[in-house]
Design a protein around this ligand. Structure first.
Ligand code: NDP
Length: 452
C-alpha cells in the first residue's frame, strides 16, 4: 500500500491536466487535480473554443455579402451587436466548464480549488495543506508574453479580445502568429479597421511560403492593412487614442491595441526550481524528455508549460502518453513531427508535415504538386478570393512529406487527409483515390503534374 496521499497530483485543470487526470483515474489511480481559477484552461475558457465561436460569427459577414449572388435579398442591412455574441459565448463557456467539472467528478479525480505550490519531489501545498503523491504532473499552460516594450501594458491580450462588448473603430495588432492573424480576420468582419503590424516580411513565420504569401494577399484584398517589417519600440496613450512607435519612426494610431507577440510557459511561483526541476533558461519552460519526465524523476509536465508544440490536442496526447507509460505499463511517447494544425484566419489554412522550405532544408529532393483556383462558391457572388492546395512529395520515395491548404474549410479538409499523411501515404495513394465531386478537397487527388 502506497504511503502517499495520492498516486498522482496534477497542477492545472486545462486540456492536458484534465485529460491526464481523468485517464489515470480510469486506471484506478488515486488522483487529485489542483486549479487556482476556473476549470477548462486556455482552450476552453479564453482560447480555441471562444475564438471559434467568434470566428463562426465573423463568417456571417461573408455570407451576408455573398447572399445576393445566390438570389437572396436581405430586407435590410444586417446589424451586428458584439455584446450579444459575447454574452451568448459566455453562457456556452459556463456550460462547458460545468461539463468539465462533471466529467472530472465522474472519473473519480478529486478537484482541489486553490493555488498549488510544489514543496519537494512528492509534496504539493494547497490552501495551507500539504499533500503527497507518488507522481506530480505540471500542466499549468502559458500566458501572453509582455515583450520589453515601454507602454506594452496598455495593450490588451487575446483574453480581453474575447470579452469586448463593442468592436474598436481602429484596431492595431502587434504580432502575426496564430493569434494575430485570427483576430485580424475576426475583428475586420466585425467592422473594425484593422492594422496588422509585424517584424517579418510575411505573416505566420514557419508556415509554407506559398500559404503565407496568399494569406497576406487575401488579408490585404479584404481591407486589412499590413505593416511589414514593423518593430514596435514604444506604445503610448494620447487622449483617446493609442500611438505605437516603430523603430523606423513610423507611428501607428488606434483605439485599441492587441499584443499578440507570443505566449510564455506558466512556471513562476510554482516552487519548481526549489524542488530541483530544470527550466529552459530562455523560455522558462519545464524541460522534459520524450516521456514528459522532468529533471526530477517523480515530476512530469505536459502541454504549453513545456513549450514543445503548443496546441491543445498535443497537450492531450502528451497527457495520455504519460498515463499509459506511468500507470498503464505501456511506455509511449508522442510524435511531434507529424501534427496537423489550422489557423482560423480569413481564409483559413491547414497543414501537416513539412513546408516546401523545410523539406529542402532537410535535404529532400522534392516534387511540388499544387492547385490554385477560384472556388465555385465564389463565382456567383463575384468574390475573387482563391483557394490553394499543395503537396510536397519526396521525389525518391514518392512519400507525401507535407500537405498544405489555404481556403474555405481548409481545417476540416486537412484533418481528414492528416490520417493518410500520418500513415505515410505516397503520392501514388493520392492518385489512386477516386474524387468526391464536386468538392474543393477533390483537387488533392487530381494533381497530376509536378510544378516545373
Ligand atoms: P506565435 O508564436 O504564433 O506568434 C508570435 C508573433 O509575435 C510572431 O509574429 C512573432 O514574430 C511576434 N513577436 C514575438 N516577440 C516579438 C517582439 N519582441 N517584437 C515584435 N514581435 C514579436 O504566438 P501567438 O501569440 O500568435 O500564439 C501563441 C500560441 O498559441 C501559438 O504557439 C499557438 O501554438 C497557439 N495558438 C494556436 C491556435 C490554433 O491552433 N489555431 C490559435 C491561437 C493560438 P516572429 O515571427 O518574427 O518571431
Amino acid at each position: 500500500m502506497s504511503t502517499y496521499d495520492y498516486d498522482l497530483i496534477t497542477i492545472g485543470a486545462g486540456s492536458g491536466g484534465v485529460s491526464a487526470s481523468r485517464y489515470a483515474a480510469s486506471m484506478d489511480a488515486r488522483v487529485a487535480i489542483c486549479e487556482a481559477g476556473r476549470v477548462g484552461g486556455t482552450c476552453v475558457l479564453r482560447g480555441c473554443v471562444p475564438k471559434k465561436i467568434f470566428m463562426y460569427s465573423a463568417q456571417f459577414a461573408d455570407a451576408f455579402a455573398d447572399a445576393g449572388g445566390y438570389g437572396w435579398q436581405l430586407p435590410q442591412a444586417p446589424v451586428f451587436e458584439l455584446s450579444r455574441l459575447t454574452a451568448a459565448k459566455n453562457v456556452e463557456i459556463d456550460r462547458l466548464e460545468l461539463e468539465y467539472r462533471r466529467a472530472l467528478a465522474a472519473s473519480g479525480a478529486k478537484l482541489l480549488s486553490g493555488r498549488a505550490e510544489v514543496l519537494d519531489p512528492h509534496t504539493v501545498q494547497i490552501n495551507g495543506e500539504k499533500l503527497t503523491a507518488q507522481r506530480l504532473l505540471i500542466a499549468t499552460g502559458g500566458s501572453p508574453n509582455r515583450p520589453d516594450i515601454p507602454g506594452i501594458e496598455l495593450a490588451v491580450t487575446s483574453t480581453e479580445m474575447l470579452e469586448l462588448t463593442a468592436p474598436p473603430r481602429r484596431l492595431l495588432i502587434l504580432g502575426s502568429g496564430y493569434i494575430g492573424v485570427e483576430f485580424a480576420g475576426i475583428y475586420h468582419s466585425f467592422g473594425s479597421a484593422v492594422k496588422l503590424a509585424y517584424r517579418g516580411e510575411l505573416p505566420l513565420r514557419g508556415f509554407d511560403g506559398d500559404l503565407r504569401k496568399r494569406l497576406a494577399k487575401a488579408m490585404e484584398d479584404r481591407g486589412i492593412e499590413l505593416h511589414r517589417g514593423f518593430h514596435p519600440v514604444r506604445l503610448e496613450r494620447v487622449g483617446d487614442e493609442y500611438i505605437c512607435h516603430g523603430n523606423d519612426g513610423l507611428q501607428l494610431h488606434a483605439d485599441l491595441v492587441l499584443n499578440a507577440m507570443g505566449r510564455s510557459p506558466n512556471t513562476a511561483n510554482l516552487g519548481l526550481e526549489q524542488a530541483g526541476v530544470a527550466l529552459d533558461p530562455q523560455t522558462s519552460a519545464v524541460k522534459v524528455d520524450a516521456y514528459s519526465r522532468s529533471s526530477v524523476p517523480s515530476i512530469f509536465a505536459v502541454g504549453d508549460v513545456t513549450d514543445r508544440l503548443n496546441l491543445t490536442p498535443v497537450a492531450i496526447a502528451e497527457g495520455r502518453a504519460f498515463v499509459d507509460t506511468e500507470f498503464g505499463g505501456v511506455p509511449r511517447s508522442v510524435n511531434h513531427a507529424t501534427v496537423a494544425s489550422a489557423v482560423f484566419s480569413q481564409p483559413p489554412l491547414g497543414h501537416i508535415g513539412l513546408s516546401e522550405e523545410q523539406a529542402v532544408q532537410d535535404g529532400h529532393r522534392i516534387q511540388v504538386f499544387e492547385a490554385d483556383f477560384r472556388p465555385m462558391r465564389n463565382v456567383l457572388p463575384g468574390r475573387n478570393e482563391r483557394s490553394y492546395m499543395k503537396l510536397v512529395v519526396d521525389a525518391d520515395s514518392n512519400k507525401v512529406l507535407g500537405l498544405h491548404m489555404i481556403g474555405t474549410d481548409a481545417p476540416e479538409i486537412v484533418q481528414g487527409l492528416a490520417v493518410a499523411v500520418t500513415m505515410g501515404a505516397s503520392k501514388r495513394d493520392f492518385d489512386a483515390t477516386v474524387a468526391v465531386h464536386p468538392t474543393m478537397a477533390e483537387e488533392f487527388v487530381l494533381m497530376r503534374k509536378p510544378r516545373a
